[in-house]
Design a protein. Structure first.
Length: 163
């Protein structure tokens, strides 16, 4: 049987970076990470013979989608009020995780449609196979390849425009 503590320690960084890439916010990524492993714990008994990493990334993606949908329904009435209380000082962990290279990649990815961004992150940054990436995103392999191609193509054009 799978041990959740070992899974947490082994996949913590990968899942965190994936969620950070999707959410662009350290605090949200941490919350989603905890929610991901909470859901994994709840459904660990139902886990069947598939790759653990693929299963965990699927849980993480679904957690992000649930968060994103919930966030879209919420209407914040007075955003300037909340901005005055926001702490813009970076935590030491933020400085390590968000290096210049990651910032550059985030800028290249930020204009991609969400599904293309997910495909690029899964394939190019987390080394998922086409089959695993398609399974995480719940699309066909052909659709995953199209999303990946279009995402990469857009990144190349933006990168060429930066130079």
């Amino acid at each position: 049987m799978l041990n959740l503590d070992e899974l947490y320690q082994y996949y913590f960084n990968d899942i965190y970076r994936f969620l950070l890439s999707l959410s662009h916010d350290h605090h949200i990524a941490e919350d989603l990470l905890q929610e991901t492993f909470f859901r994994a714990y709840l459904y660990l008994e139902n886990y069947e013979d598939e790759h653990v990493k693929t299963w965990l990334f699927t849980v993480a993606r679904n957690t992000f989608i649930d968060h994103y949908r919930k966030e879209k329904r919420m209407i914040v009435k007075d955003q300037p009020f909340f901005k005055q209380y926001r702490d813009d000082h970076k935590q030491p962990l933020d400085q390590i995780v968000l290096s210049e290279q990651i910032q550059h990649v985030k800028k290249l990815l930020e204009h991609l449609p969400n599904r293309q961004k997910q495909a690029v992150l899964l394939r190019d940054f987390h080394d998922f196979s086409y089959k695993e990436g398609a399974k995480v995103m719940n699309v066909s392999i052909a659709n995953f390849k199209v999303l990946l191609f279009r995402g990469r193509q857009t990144i190349r054009k933006r990168k060429a425009g930066d130079e």
